[in-house]
Design a protein around this ligand. Structure first.
Ligand SMILES: Cc1cc2nc3c(=O)[nH]c(=O)nc-3n(C[C@H](O)[C@H](O)[C@H](O)COP(=O)(O)O)c2cc1C
Length: 151
């Protein structure tokens, strides 16, 4: 059975909702899924699974469009990994009122690409809490990830 690790960062619950939804969809497709909150996650564990999924909000520090503080260690460790045997997918909720909308999604996509991992689906960006349209997008996202893992 294929294994997936979902790592999420969520302050007010939107990305946790997204991660839970993706988890349920992957499980329904027969994948063995573990979900972890990002500050508890160990990036090395991604090497032990077939599919890596990140769901992260975007925060602002000095400028808009930054990673959440609790994502920094995980993100740094991710840069050191060889994930050339893994498929990855990135999604995340941000807020379109910020000029740098959901850019944490782009940052994770870039770092996964640098690890040599295969992008199983285009990334999905969601404005605040997911709507029915967003869940439909997440359906396509998970379908593509499952297809890529089973290929
Ligand atoms: C202080 C602060 C700064 C934020 N900066 C950004 C930003 O630069 N870009 C963005 O897209 N969203 C930004 N957001 C919005 C969050 O990413 C958005 O509300 C997201 O849905 C939160 O996800 P969560 O419910 O999983 O915590 C910011 C939110 C806060 C509270």
């Amino acid at each position: 059975m294929a294994e997936a690790l979902i790592v999420y960062a969520s302050l007010t619950g939107n990305n946790e909702t997204i991660a839970t939804y993706v988890e349920e969809r992957l499980k329904a497709a027969g994948i063995d899924v573990t979900s972890q909150e990002m500050s508890q996650a160990v990036a090395d564990d991604l090497q032990d699974v077939d599919l890596c999924v990140v769901a992260s909000y975007t925060y602002s520090g000095v400028t808009d469009g930054e990673l959440p503080d609790e994502a920094l260690d995980f993100y740094e460790d991710l840069q050191t990994l060889d994930l050339s045997d893994q498929v990855f997918g990135v999604c995340g909720s941000g807020d379109t009122t910020y000029a740098q909308f959901a850019t944490a999604v782009d940052m994770f996509e870039q770092v996964f690409k640098a690890t040599g991992a295969t992008q199983g689906s285009p990334s999905v960006k969601i404005d605040l809490a997911p709507t029915a349209d967003d869940f439909a997008q997440l359906d396509q996202f998970t379908d593509k990830l499952v297809e890529a893992v089973n290929a």
